[in-house]
Design a protein around this ligand. Structure first.
Ligand SMILES: O=P(O)(O)OC[C@H]1O[C@H](OP(=O)(O)OP(=O)(O)O)[C@H](O)[C@@H]1O
Ligand SMILES: O=C(O)c1cc(=O)[nH]c(=O)[nH]1
Length: 237
């Protein structure tokens, strides 16, 4: 696979997602109830080579940001339950592999969906969040609901959320207040998260990257369905 616009590590990640069957084409119902012609199932990164592919892509994206003029200087990588738990832990490991002098002591933590009422108890596993700068790593942004919940939990523990990194920005508008009315202009889920929390939200890949990166590589009909979907749920911002 070759691309003129995507960084080589992003092209490698896209290729791994296709090869591993993580990125699929067809008809899929989302959490938002929208019917999507493509689906990115991070739960399918269960094989060592695939997990390595996604943790490498997260780690390289993070290193790029940290070496830019606006680093996040975070202390902890947080993975919201469930699918982002192995993603956050493997990302910390990969960061330490790629840049040990900076990330050897990097920490992870994640939440439980149900609070544990015995043993150590509580809702958070891993590094304590109090007073720490936290980067959330997750799989996908569709409506932003899961990210809002994660931010709430981190803040409750005294953590400071400094950014969100996802594998895929689906570039979708939020559902309208009275349901998913296709004629009502709505801002993007990612744009609203940025505005609401005043933090950077960035992605390894966007829907635009997938469409451009896969033209000529997958069935023309699948590309067309993704293009139609992109238009149908395009955000106003
Ligand atoms: O609501 P958004 O922030 O746009 O993101 C959509 C999220 O929903 C799904 O996870 P889900 O909450 O179903 O949890 P899971 O990881 O246990 O599958 C999906 O994996 C995304 O993380
Ligand atoms: O919005 C969702 O539910 C969703 C979309 C997607 O591509 N992948 C996923 O795991 N969830």
């Amino acid at each position: 696979m070759s691309s003129t616009t995507l960084a080589p590590y992003k092209v490698e990640f896209l290729q791994a997602a296709i090869n591993g069957g993580v990125l699929k084409f067809g008809s899929f119902e989302l959490k938002s109830k929208r019917i999507s012609p493509y689906f990115f199932n991070a739960g399918d990164f269960y094989r060592a080579d695939l997990l390595r592919a996604i943790s490498t892509a997260y780690a390289k994206t993070i290193i790029e940001v940290e070496e830019s003029s606006s680093p996040l200087d975070f202390d902890i990588v947080f993975g919201p339950a469930y699918k982002a738990i192995p993603l956050s832990t493997s990302t910390v490991d990969k960061l330490a592999d790629l840049k040990p002098e900076k990330y050897e002591k990097m920490c992870y933590s994640f939440d439980r969906k149900e609070a544990k009422d015995h043993g150590e108890g509580g809702k958070i596993v891993g590094a304590p969040l109090k007073g720490k700068r936290v980067l959330i790593v997750d799989d996908v942004v569709t409506a932003g609901t899961a990210k809002r919940e994660a931010i709430g939990k981190i803040r409750q523990e005294g953590g400071i959320v400094v950014g969100i990194l996802v594998a895929l920005d689906r570039m979708e508008k939020l559902p309208a207040p009275n349901g998913d009315d296709p004629s009502t202009p709505m801002p993007s889920a990612i744009g609203e998260l940025r505005k609401e929390y005043g933090i950077p939200v960035f992605a390894i890949l966007t829907l635009n990257d997938i469409i451009e990166g896969l033209k000529g590589k997958i069935a023309k009909e699948d590309i067309e369905r993704m293009e139609e979907y992109r238009v149908k749920y395009a955000a106003s911002d």
